[in-house]
Design a protein around this ligand. Structure first.
Ligand code: HEM
Length: 239
């Protein structure tokens, strides 16, 4: 009863005809770039995929080059591991060279790759929003009933997280990101934008799937009517 189900968010892509809101996805990308990318990668998404959000080639190049974490590479002269500025063909990199480094920087926890997080978690789009807006003080009642659940050092209470105490510090605070379109930047608005963005990373072709499904239903309906009419016509003369 202490663990909460995700809140229902009114996303533009909800429902059988839902579509992504491109300006919202662009804002979500900005939140991701300025906040989440410090710890999380998107290994299934390449910078060039951002063209889908409405950016032209030059803008994609600029986003890749300005990304806060660089792409791992090998120095051609020394053969040593190094990093370089990202190119449109690169995947969104992790800021850590490997898992050991990632855990060392995060109190032993591992920031997961977020490409598919909205699919990996039940009700994922609502979950990511709820997680980001759900940080709060631990209820005294919980600690009374389960003393071992007391939020430990380096952990943060969040009733939407599966085991209630999460290693990620509250990542979003009011006013943290400034949007080019002047959209609101309170925690809830930014959480909604970045959850929409992470829904897009997990399912960039959602709109095709939905419109395809609708066309299929239309066809099936048409075919049902046609079959029924043929049946009536074929048997019309029989008593
Ligand atoms: C875990 C999202 C920023 C560190 C997670 C999870 C999500 C998430 C969805 C997975 C929760 C689960 O397993 O169900 C985000 C978003 C961010 C953000 C959307 C930006 C708004 C950050 C930052 C850091 C960070 C800046 C590091 C300072 C971590 C760590 C975990 C985690 C260490 C693993 C937590 C655990 O297993 O206890 N994050 N994150 N995150 N994140 Fe973030």
């Amino acid at each position: 009863e202490f663990h909460k189900k995700p809140e229902k968010v009114d996303f533009s892509f909800n429902g059988p005809l839902g579509k992504y809101d491109r300006p919202q996805l662009q804002r979500g990308l900005k939140v991701f770039q300025e906040v989440c990318a410090a710890c999380h990668s998107l290994k299934l998404v390449a910078f060039r995929n951002f063209a889908d959000l409405g950016y032209d080639e030059g803008q994609v190049k600029a986003i890749a080059a300005a990304w806060p974490t660089e792409t791992p590479s090998i120095d051609p002269n020394t053969g040593e591991a190094t990093t370089r500025k990202s190119l449109p063909i690169d995947k969104i990199p992790s800021p850590y060279a490997n898992e050991v480094m990632a855990r060392a920087a995060n109190n032993n926890a591992l920031p997961p790759d977020l490409s598919l997080i909205t699919k990996a978690r039940h009700d994922g789009s609502n979950y990511v929003y709820s997680l980001l807006t759900g940080y709060q003080a631990q209820p005294a009642e919980l600690v009374k009933q389960f003393p071992d659940s007391k939020t430990g050092k380096g952990l943060h209470y969040n009733p939407y997280f599966a085991n209630l105490n999460i290693a990620m510090n509250k990542p979003l605070n009011d006013g943290q990101v400034t949007f080019d379109d002047g959209a609101p930047n309170d925690v809830k608005s930014m959480a909604k934008d970045v959850s929409a963005f992470l829904t897009w990373t997990a399912e960039p072709k959602m709109e095709n799937r939905k419109s395809g499904g609708l066309a299929t239903l239309g066809f099936l309906l048409f075919f049902t009517v046609l079959t029924y009419m043929s049946y009536r016509s074929i048997w019309a003369g029989q008593k």
